[in-house]
Write a protein that binds this ligand. Structure first.
Ligand code: ACM
Ligand code: ZN
Length: 519
């Protein structure tokens, strides 16, 4: 009986440890060794600086708040944090043997990634913290790894914003693209123009379409994200997707008329590019945006701006003539160039959606970055034009990085706008472009747009598990796991992600039951 119990104990520990060894995204080099490091109470830790956020994060998320003993002798410590300036800024190395764990990085970024790996590496068996012996050497495939959340069409609570920042950090992303303005909602408090948020934050009809983020809340989010190695990149979309702002200040449109707020899509009611007051207004907005967000990048939108009004507006037409521009698209380039140049004065880069490079024209300044998105409509046109013009590019092809596209048809999404885990794992155009290894390609952003009323409770099942494939493509630079193995790993980790608060939706189209409700 005793032997039977021992055998069962051994088998259980083995399964627990094996599960501990699955890490998302996969580290680049993992050399498993013999034995485990068992951590009990009063674990001894050596660190040069014991006050960093990543250390307290490690203590709560990995050590589960067990008492620790700080030691001044590195060689005696069970856990030894060492600064290694030979490692690149996001790289880290974890070496574990039955006596000691050594965690090396050159700074906060690498140490934070190491903690996120250790949260998944640790196995908990009968109340003990067990770490399989290993050497892990890891660093990212691309420098831009990002999650976009659309807080314009739907408002999410601060706790929800933090939840998805936690997720991005856990998946070793380093940017959070916060889509803060839309036709259906202006969500950022601007002190100089209070009606933007007060009126623009309530133009939608839905319960979760009401509200905005105060400047104090935004500072809290930026700080929360920075601690977790995430830079928050705000998007203030212009000149289109501006109906909420124009509801508050109709005089900023071409004709100053009352504004229709579209429940779906967008309208030709965009910021006027002919009126001097509009440029002045938007630059004042950017002043406050730049004060709130220390990010080197500010996103200025630029997508889906129909030119119907500009084509008829005397002010816009006068601007076209005065600036010797070709047409209304060229006017958008001129307008975008003014805004990007303003950001350049502040030492920031301006990101634009790929629409601005569909046609050549008025030159954008050299602090311009292009975010390629409309693969469905224009294949790689924006990508190739941007690279030809030597702008850095972020890849967000709507096939298959738009996680709001469902697995099965739902509301405005027909069958051709659906995808599953296998589609993104093998056929993501953004992943293939990263393979080209063009240094102008900065990396990838995956997006959760909230069109069609994607409320908070619907988000998780759209993200998981497909976002694990995207995180893998952003981070992992070793050999690509075969899909069956990757999917097995996901199944083994699903419960753990559930404990972390992330609910999984279906992974494969073939596994979706007929009565499955996507909302
Ligand atoms: C976009 O999806 N309109 C950027
Ligand atoms: Zn106009």
């Amino acid at each position: 009986m005793r032997y039977l119990l021992l055998t069962v104990f051994f088998l259980v520990s083995f399964v627990v440890i094996a599960c501990g060894q699955i890490v998302f995204p996969s580290p680049n080099q993992v050399k498993i060794q013999k034995g485990n490091l068992n951590i009990g109470k009063n674990v001894s830790i050596y660190a040069e600086d014991t006050t960093t956020f990543y250390l307290s994060f490690f203590r709560t998320e990995v050590l589960r708040n067990i008492p620790v003993k700080w030691t001044k002798k590195a060689s005696k410590a069970e856990i030894y944090w060492v600064t290694d300036s030979s490692l690149s800024s996001e790289a880290y190395k974890i070496s574990i043997n039955p006596r000691q764990m050594v965690i090396a990085a050159s700074g906060k970024e690498g140490f934070t990634h190491a903690v996120q790996t250790l949260r998944q590496w640790v196995a908990d068996s009968a109340g003990n913290l067990i770490f399989a012996s290993v050497v892990i050497s890891d660093s990212p495939r691309v420098p831009w790894r990002c999650f976009l959340l659309d807080s314009g069409r739907q408002y999410q609570k601060i706790a929800t914003i933090k939840k998805y920042i936690d997720m991005a950090s856990l998946l070793k992303m380093n940017y959070f693209h916060w889509h803060l303005t839309e036709g259906l909602g202006w969500r950022i408090e601007i002190k100089r123009y209070p009606r933007l948020a007060q009126i623009g934050g309530t133009v939608g009809k839905g319960e979760e379409q009401q509200g905005f983020y105060t400047q104090a809340e935004i500072r809290e989010i930026v700080e929360y994200a920075a601690q977790r190695n995430i830079t928050v990149v705000p998007e203030i979309d212009m000149p289109g997707h501006a109906e909420a702002a124009l509801s508050a200040y109709p005089e900023l449109s071409c004709f100053g008329l009352p504004v229709e707020v579209p429940e779906y899509g967008f309208t030709p009611n965009i910021f006027c590019a002919g009126k001097e007051e509009v440029l002045h207004f938007l630059k004042n907005v950017l002043d406050e945006v730049c004060t709130l967000f220390p990010s080197p990048y500010i996103h200025l939108g630029g997508d889906e701006a129909p030119k119907d009004n500009w084509n008829k507006c005397p002010d816009c037409q006068q601007r076209i003539t005065a600036m010797n521009l070709k047409n209304s698209h060229d006017l958008q380039l001129w307008f975008s160039a003014q805004m990007a140049a303003y950001l350049k004065l502040k030492g920031r880069q301006a990101i634009f959606w790929g629409d601005v490079v569909y046609h050549d024209g008025y030159p954008l300044p050299d602090n311009t970055v292009i975010q390629w998105w409309n693969f469905r409509g224009h294949k790689d046109l924006a990508l190739r034009n941007a690279l030809r013009l030597r702008y850095p590019v972020i890849c967000s092809s709507n096939y298959y990085t738009y996680l709001n596209f469902p697995l099965i048809p739902w509301k405005g999404y027909a069958k051709e706008r659906t995808f599953d885990l296998k589609d993104v794992y093998y056929n993501n155009p953004s992943d293939k472009v990263i393979d080209e290894k063009n240094p102008l390609v900065l990396g990838m952003t995956c997006a959760l747009w909230t069109d069609d009323g994607v409320t908070e409770r619907m988000i998780d099942r759209r993200l998981f598990p497909r976002i694990l494939a995207l995180a893998e493509q952003m981070w992992h630079q070793g050999e690509v796991l075969d899909f069956t193995r990757f999917y097995q790993n996901i199944l083994q980790r699903e419960q753990w992600f559930g404990q972390m608060g992330f609910e999984f939706g279906p992974a494969l189209k073939s596994g979706v039951k007929e009565d499955y409700k996507w909302d």
